[in-house]
Write a protein that binds this ligand. Structure first.
Ligand code: ZN
Ligand code: CA
Length: 375
């Protein structure tokens, strides 16, 4: 049985520890202590050195008493900006005081993992070996997962608790994303005396952007220009504009086509207008796609059914640690944890979901025994 008071207390404690991306030292120390108290062996990897930050990823191991392959449960320790968070229970949900995010993303996931471990112990439930993976730097480019020392993990597949879907939503497919940055160089001139000598970089940007396919392009693919910066003064023909955008797709070749299309619009327009443009493209994360016959999917589906729900195989529109872990060879599903309105001051989570989530993890441990025991 879930100890409802304990889950809420743990969730509130975690939320009250500020842990903005890059500032995860305090929460990592707390979780190291907590996991050690619960009987797990805890390691911190050397990602901090590689990232030049103060904290590495945590990997903790809970031995099992059934001899099946190891699974992992993952969550991230960092949050988007928000300090001094004051969680309040209002009606049937936990909110922030309204000034900040709540940080259920992803502390609801961490609280569930801690509670599930305690349930396994208290009720002496048989289970296989379980690893807990707590990453840093998720909210800024999935950097912790990218720098994770895989040698510390025995598990080859597992579950990240970091999707805003309902409990029972299994994110088995995620898009890849390209960052697209462009710097357009025109020529400055006085707007009233000799504008004919100038090349207006803002106009180049405007023409290029209006030629682009943006927004939802097809079922699998989106594109956006999200930042435009440039210009010095009303009376100067602007010589420099900076643009920042992205493309996302569930399919790599579509990502590349749409990225090339944006690049072409920029380069072609710049050429026509006598400007130059430097376009920089970076793959922020690769796509992933799991199929129904993979054990990790079977375990998740079985666990959802044990909760009395219907599993839903979903795709996400964004990146999570699951994108990186899958690309690095760990078959990973991102689980819906029913956090709502994340990254806003209206973020909240219902108490019933906070209480159901640890049970879901316990059911995953039991589904693993049933599915992997047969392999
Ligand atoms: Zn998250
Ligand atoms: Ca997030």
């Amino acid at each position: 049985m879930v100890n409802q008071a304990r889950v809420l207390e743990e969730f509130v404690r975690l939320v009250k520890i500020d842990s903005l991306t890059g500032e995860e030292r305090q929460i990592a120390d707390y979780l190291k202590r907590k996991l050690t108290e619960l009987g797990l062996t805890v390691w911190e990897d050397t990602a901090a050195e590689r990232l030049g930050t103060e904290t590495g990823n945590l990997i903790a191991r809970l031995p099992g008493n059934i001899d099946i392959p190891t699974i992992f449960w993952g969550a991230h320790m960092d949050t988007v900006p928000g300090r001094g968070i004051e969680p309040v229970v209002r009606g049937e949900a936990v909110y922030s005081s309204g000034e900040t995010i709540l940080g259920a993303d992803d502390k609801a996931g961490i609280a569930a993992i801690l509670e599930a471990i305690q349930i396994l112990k208290e009720e002496k439930i048989n289970h296989g070996p379980i690893e807990v993976l707590l990453t840093v730097g998720e909210e800024e480019g999935l950097r912790g997962a990218k720098a994770l020392d895989l040698n510390l993990l025995l598990a080859q597949f597992g579950f990240v608790l970091d999707s805003n879907g309902e409990i029972g939503s299994l994110v088995v497919q995620g898009p890849c994303q390209n960052l697209v940055e462009a710097t357009i160089a025109g020529r400055a001139a006085h707007a009233g005396i000799n504008p004919q000598d100038g090349i207006n970089a803002i106009q180049v940007a405007a023409k290029a952007i209006s030629a682009m396919r943006l927004g939802r392009i097809d079922d699998a693919t989106t594109a956006n220009i999200g930042v435009i910066q440039g210009g010095e003064a009303r009376n100067i023909v602007p010589d420099k504009v900076y643009l920042k955008g992205e493309t996302r797709s569930l399919k790599r070749e579509r990502l590349e086509e749409e990225t090339r299309q944006m690049q072409f619009c920029l380069e072609n327009t710049a050429r026509e207008m006598g400007a130059t443009v430097k376009v920089e493209i970076e793959l922020l994360y690769p796509e992933f796609c799991l199929s129904e016959n993979e054990v990790v999917v079977q375990i998740a589906q079985d666990a959802v059914q044990r909760l009395g729900r219907q599993p839903s195989m979903d795709k996400s529109g964004g990146g999570s640690d699951a994108n990186i872990l899958n690309a690095r060879g760990l078959r990973t599903i991102n689980l819906g944890i029913a956090m709502r309105k994340v990254h806003t001051s209206e973020e909240h989570i219902f108490l019933r979901d906070l209480n159901l989530l640890p049970l879901f993890l316990v059911e995953i441990s039991q589904a693993a025994v049933s599915v992997l025991g047969k392999v």
